[in-house]
Write a protein that binds this ligand. Structure first.
Ligand code: BGC
Length: 464
């Protein structure tokens, strides 16, 4: 049995703990820097926050209609048929969800859009849609898109592991329409292009007027909020007294202190240099950061000194996932029996209770920093709109990290309380389930209200 050098061990453990901790000063600096980059983005200058206009404002709650939504944004691709009742209620009449295979994410762009058109064809057939009618479709495409109108926009750059060729720099609605045409589908009219954050905000604010922020904490991360048109310099000709939802693309915020683990992860990613905040916060990356720390600790003889197989099992990229981290952090038994079983299943035998405790702490440091950064980013947006936090703000949130990760939302709330004390109660995070899909239908309805055909025209196309 090898015994670790307690001094060396203790020093490395405290080093790690400090490395991932966020001080009050860090949080306040981040909020200030965020405001600076929001200002730059809104003024139309190049900055880390893109601040993209969505061409829609919040709904009134009276929008009506039946819409199909198509949602591509991460590991899954979803189609929904949504009915809006004009009284703040939405009903999902049908749904189809498919995993997006890696070869489709990273192959040819045309094949990716054909994959979506095939999904649509199967959905229309299965649900008995009449091909002789016309149905309005809202396309939720959750990547940075430079919009040129409510139903047109060009992909700036892929994120979240997508690399499909021939899409960056192109109008994704045109690519979708071409794929639908190739598949012989001509009963679909694309009337809205949405980001998932905007959908999430719309879905909640359809029935809750206090909602002015939409946040995604899932495979990727991002937020949108309500801004005065007069502040969006690139919006020429918009009525200055009006408001519009702005997609911030906050995952690209770059004024964050990165560790050597973050830098190595970035260098090994498919988009080095891009999305620094997303790579420290979101579900696609947390597990990988923790894995890199774990491997370093094993190599320094601080962790799993007497447990066989640890280095081999965790050496491979992706061999510790974010859901697994959540499971480790969620084990509250005194002997961390769940962590023990998890390690055994991974092929690591003979872990000591100290190993398991350290592994749990390590995951907590990485996820705690992610939650702290997400909370500070939210705080920055809320205080941009309301510097004294005088009003109530509902933040609609969706995504697996928020929904499923052990204590992630509790950690975010704790950071807000540290920052603002009692006033933090004015910020309420609410889970907006399926927000991006249902919300896209609301965007299409808002767009229809402004269209020459008038409000709710698509409700005539009743769904089967
Ligand atoms: C994308 C955003 C999206 C976010 C959450 C990011 O990678 O750039 O557009 O909203 O992921 O899905």
């Amino acid at each position: 049995m090898i015994t670790p050098s307690l001094d060396a061990c203790g020093a490395f453990v405290s080093y790690l703990e400090t490395l991932f901790a966020l001080s009050m000063n860090d949080l306040h600096t981040m909020i200030n820097d965020f405001h600076g980059d929001m200002r730059t983005g809104l003024s139309g200058h190049e900055g880390s926050l893109k601040m993209l206009p969505s061409f829609v404002d919040k709904p009134t709650g009276r929008e009506k209609g039946a819409f199909i939504t198509l949602d591509l944004g991460g590991t899954h691709f979803r189609i929904l048929a949504v009915q809006l009742d004009g009284k703040g209620g939405t009903t999902v009449l049908g749904t189809r969800q498919t995993a997006v295979p890696r070869k489709v994410m990273q192959g040819r762009g045309e094949a990716l859009f054909d994959f979506m058109a095939e999904g649509m064809d199967a959905f229309l057939t299965k649900r008995g849609f009449e091909r002789t009618r016309t149905y309005d479709l809202a396309f939720t495409f959750s990547f940075p898109v430079e919009p040129t109108g409510v139903s047109a926009g060009m992909l700036i750059k892929w994120t979240k592991g997508f690399t499909a060729t021939g899409v960056e720099g192109k109008d994704v609605v045109i690519l979708l329409k071409e794929a639908l045409r190739r598949k012989g589908i001509d009963c679909i009219r694309v009337t809205a292009l949405a980001n998932d954050t905007v959908g999430t905000l719309m879905a909640r604010s359809y029935r809750d007027p206090s909602c002015d922020l939409g946040v995604i904490l899932g495979t990727g991360t991002n937020a949108c909020y309500r801004e005065k048109c007069a502040h969006i310099a690139r919006l020429e000709g918009a009525p200055p007294e009006g408001f519009m939802i702005v997609n911030m693309e906050w995952g690209n915020f770059d004024k964050v202190r990165r560790t050597c683990y973050d830098r190595d992860l970035d260098a090994a990613s498919v988009n080095p240099g891009a999305m620094p905040l997303e790579k420290m916060v979101s579900g696609m990356y947390l597990g990988e950061i923790a894995r890199r720390v774990l491997v370093d600790a094993v190599q320094r003889d601080v962790l799993f000194l007497n447990a066989a197989g640890a280095l081999k099992r965790f050496k491979r990229k992706g061999s510790l996932t974010t859901p697994e981290m959540s499971l480790i952090e969620g084990d509250d038994t005194s002997d961390l029996a769940g962590v023990h079983d998890f390690l055994k299943q991974k092929g690591v035998s003979g872990s000591s209770i100290e190993d398991r405790r350290l592994l749990k702490r390590l995951c907590g440091w990485v996820s705690g920093r992610g939650a702290g950064l997400a909370a500070a980013a939210t705080a920055a947006v809320v205080t941009w709109m309301d510097p004294e936090l005088k009003h109530r703000h509902t933040v609609a949130v969706d995504g697996s990290l928020f929904e499923k990760y052990t204590r992630f939302s509790a950690k975010m709330r704790a950071v807000l309380t540290d920052l603002y004390g009692k006033k933090a109660d004015n910020i309420a995070w609410v889970h907006s389930r399926d927000g991006s899909g249902r919300g896209a239908a609301i965007i299409a309805a808002v767009a229809a209200t402004a269209s020459p055909q008038g409000p709710g025209h698509s409700s005539k196309a009743n769904f089967p």
